[in-house]
Design a protein around this ligand. Structure first.
Ligand code: PLP
Length: 429
């Protein structure tokens, strides 16, 4: 039923929507990757809200939505014959690997495809070859997925896991403090260091390169949950200097929901044993021919391919990941990084002026990325986030850790005007 209230709400929504709505319903607007308004228009976000949580689970930009719909239509019509026409499923997966390799500036055979960061971490930490005395060192700042993957590994095999803090105070953390903490904690038993590039608890970005340099003379494998740096930072795995980089593609990259990857340095992959049988045709051949596969791996089958879980997947999403990389390539890795940092910096500068707000995320771009965490004196973070939405239709989140902060994440789908809106709303909420 149409009430006066609904009519007024509709009118208000219409006004808010005009800023980003395509000119007319159904009308195609040409995508101009050099223009941020055009980039924003590729997303089907609710125009009535200011969304600073799009990094949580990606909205699909138009090229990804189109690709998902195209693949889904073909699979719905006749999945068997469509899969046959793709020669084999590996051809479609190789397209995704090629696009990912180009974006990351790595070799295609160094990439395993997964469904999420969590799946990648579980495969990596579950599959690391460890001898009885080896230990994995991790930190108190990591997310549940790292801690739990290591705990489960320890339950299954008795692997030793140790946790250390890297900094005492997020806001004042320094490269020296972090690298010294790592240096002090490595022992002759340490086989791997499991860290997170950008902490979703505080927004601290670890100086991965400096940590890698500190580990250079050791046999320690540097394994990184990269999800809150991947799709923001222009840094390639090679520049980072780690051995493994694990990430979902459904956060800051705006890839299809349910996609992720593990990158491993080519000479590091042999340190991991697969857990889930791959469906790569090269792996199936010995089985089809009744031959036992060699225990050290099938000749010609890269370990990263062997680490890509088999089984049928939501292929429309997996294959559309190539389109997400292409969308990002058109925008430019460096431009996306500069834009995200500029929005986050503007947000931090504005919030720093708001009375009773205490920023938790470091100011320096070297030690932070897109996440901005803060607390408001005397306010419960959940209540504050609810109030931001109720009063200003701003979508924020609360850090999913025992210490709770309000968390905002400006992405390439946001604008400087929205940042200013959020700062005003925080100061009056
Ligand atoms: C640091 C970190 N790693 C991993 C995850 C989980 O990512 P995914 O959904 O890709 O498993 C999150 C949050 O969702 C996170 O904050």
């Amino acid at each position: 039923m149409f009430t006066r209230k609904k009519l007024l709400q509709g009118a208000a929504a219409g006004i808010a929507a005009t800023a980003f709505a395509p000119r007319a319903l159904g009308e195609e607007v040409a995508f101009d990757p050099r223009n941020w308004t055009s980039v924003r228009a590729q997303f089907a976000l609710d125009p009535r809200v200011t969304n600073f949580s799009t990094f949580l689970l990606a909205p699909h930009p138009r090229p990804v939505r189109d690709a998902v719909a195209r693949y889904a239509r073909a699979l719905d019509r006749d999945a068997k014959r469509y899969l046959d026409r793709q020669e084999d499923m590996n051809a479609a997966e190789q397209r995704v690997r090629t696009a990912a390799a180009r974006y990351l500036d790595v070799a295609r055979d160094e990439l395993a495809l997964t469904d999420s960061t969590t799946m990648g971490l579980a495969l990596l930490y579950g599959g690391l070859q460890l001898s009885e005395d080896d230990e994995v060192l991790t930190t108190t700042h990591d997310f549940y997925s790292t801690h739990e993957a290591l705990r489960l590994r320890s339950l299954r095999t008795g692997a030793h896991v140790r946790k250390i803090p890297l900094y005492a105070n997020a806001r004042t953390a320094s490269v020296d403090e972090i690298v010294s903490s790592v240096r002090r904690s490595i022992t002759p038993r340490t086989r791997a260091l499991a860290v997170t590039w950008v902490h979703s608890s505080t927004g601290v970005k670890l100086p991965i390169r400096a940590i890698a340099d500190a580990l250079r003379a050791t046999p320690v494998l540097l394994c990184v949950d990269g999800v809150h740096g991947f799709g923001i930072e222009a840094t390639t795995p090679d520049q980072l200097g780690c051995d493994f980089l694990v990430s979902g593609c459904h956060k800051w990259l705006f890839g299809p929901r349910g996609t992720g990857l593990i990158w491993g340095r080519s000479d590091a992959w042999s340190a991991v044993t697969p857990t889930i049988p791959t469906f790569d045709g090269r792996a199936l051949r010995p089985w089809l021919e009744g031959q036992p596969p060699p225990p050290r791996g099938i000749p010609g089958l890269p370990r990263a391919a062997a680490m890509t879980p088999g089984g049928f997947h939501s292929f429309e999403h997996r294959w559309a990941l190539a389109d997400a990389f292409e969308f990002r390539r058109k925008i430019g890795r460096a431009r996306a990084a500069t834009r995200t940092h500029a929005l986050a910096q503007r947000l931090k500068d504005g919030l720093a002026e708001v009375k009773r707000v205490r920023l938790v995320t470091p100011h320096s771009a070297a030690l932070s990325a897109g996440l901005v965490c803060f607390e408001v004196e005397g306010r419960d973070p959940f209540e504050f986030v609810d109030r931001l939405y109720a009063r200003a239709r701003i979508v924020a989140s609360v850090t999913p850790y025992s210490r709770r902060y309000v968390r905002l994440g400006p992405t390439i789908a946001n604008t400087p005007a929205e940042v200013d809106r959020v700062i005003r709303a925080v100061s009056s909420a």
